[in-house]
Design a protein around this ligand. Structure first.
Ligand code: TYD
Length: 133
């Protein structure tokens, strides 16, 4: 079943440090077509403000931390990404905003589709029309 939410990834650790693995269709529940990362963010600036028609995403703060506001038109939630072993799955109908980036934040995003500006819903009222009950 498709659903957004946080997945705790295994930390494989030994005396040399830690390592975390993400495997397509195993740990991340879709085929990964695109990878991007957000870094050198500006204090007090929120990003995102959109949902998608098709794209599913997995967000991991590989350095630092940030918060994510989620809204699937039925439920609003705030998720804190504060370690590299925490992965947040976003379904297409999750309106999302990212904020409170720590200065060292690197937010890694795995996406199920190639970039397509037409796949974005950037207007909140349109989002409610498409996904609201
Ligand atoms: P944008 O969607 O505004 O970022 P955010 O969701 O964090 O607010 O993306 C910033 C710019 O990067 C915008 O010009 C679109 C471009 N972009 C791509 O070209 N390819 C991509 O995969 C992504 C995510 C963005």
């Amino acid at each position: 079943m498709r659903s957004s939410g946080v997945i705790e990834l295994k930390e494989l650790g030994d005396e040399r440090g830690l390592l975390t693995v993400i495997e397509e269709k195993k740990t991340v529940p879709f085929e990964v077509k695109r990878i991007f990362y957000i870094f050198k963010t500006v204090p007090d600036v929120r990003r995102g403000f959109h949902a998608h028609y098709k794209t599913r995403q997995a967000l991991i703060c590989v350095s630092g931390s940030c918060k994510v506001h989620l809204d699937n038109s039925k439920r609003k939630e705030e998720v804190i990404l504060d370690k590299p072993s925490k992965m947040l799955i976003l379904e297409p109908n999750d309106w999302h905003e990212m904020y409170e980036f720590s200065p060292d934040c690197v937010l890694l995003v795995l996406a199920s589709h190639l970039y397509d500006a037409e796949d974005y819903i950037r207007d909140y009222n349109e989002f409610l029309e498409v996904y609201g009950s």
